[in-house]
Design a protein around this ligand. Sequence first.
Ligand code: ADP
Length: 282
Amino acid sequence: MATWTMPATEALRADGLRLEDLNTSGTPGFAGDKKAGQRLLTERAAVLSDLQERLYANGRSGDHRSVLLVLQGMDTAGKGGIVRHVIGSVDPQGVDHAAFGVPTPEERQHHYLWRIRNALPRAGQLGVFDRSHYEDVLVVRVHDLVPRSEWEPRYDEINAFEQEVVEQGTTLVKVAMFVSLDEQKRRLRERLVRPDKYWKFNPSDIDERAYWPAYQEAYQAMLDRTSTEYAPWYVLPTDKKWYSRLAVTELLIEALRQLKLEWPPAAFDVAEQQRRLDADGA
Ligand code: ADP
């Protein structure tokens, strides 16, 4: 069966990558085709689900650790698909999901990291951010929503914030998703011809296409300045949806494996409880 030729964490690591060199229809680290990828995904989703259950079980037993998947990407890159198809393969009660849109009036009254801190995963949870604090150096930078003097220091501030989060026991898995301009057009067109996709279409998505080069620049700066040893970025080509799903599943498996999660020991005397149950006359 086709499999990975190197760990996904190595194949996708952002280090030194220039976005103009990225092949968004590539499948880095994976040699198989769509069929092989889909077959493998079924198998790996079960592995992910088992590891997530261990994380949850340990969280219930006092382990403070958690894992947070941060998804960033242009419209149509497939963030929603990852949530539905990758996170959808694990037990929903163990998932802390948060999506970040245009800040609400209340959020605007606070520091930009306020809403992020409030949404960090609880102990034992698999957190998912659909967009994140990185919007504050992406859309904000591209559209001059605040002056440069205000967004410029945010890169260092975000690094310090993430270091703190990691030190508190949360493993960050940051995935930047890239679709090509052509593939984005195809996906937007699909949203306009299929009534079951209208709800995903936002007229401003077309306006945003004009800002593509500015977004590329902002994404490049984000990768260059916030990919750290403790919270590296992974760069995901997403023209092939089956590959994105397989790759994110693999990144999460690797992150969870690092935690060396055993099943928590019983907090009671197992033999005694077995005896009690046997003696129960009912
Ligand atoms: P999606 O487009 O992902 O389905 P929404 O329509 O709810 O989700 O909102 C996403 C929009 O919110 C995007 O256009 C994004 O750029 C914007 N957004 C997110 N965070 C911020 C922020 N901090 N400042 C301004 N706009 C933001």
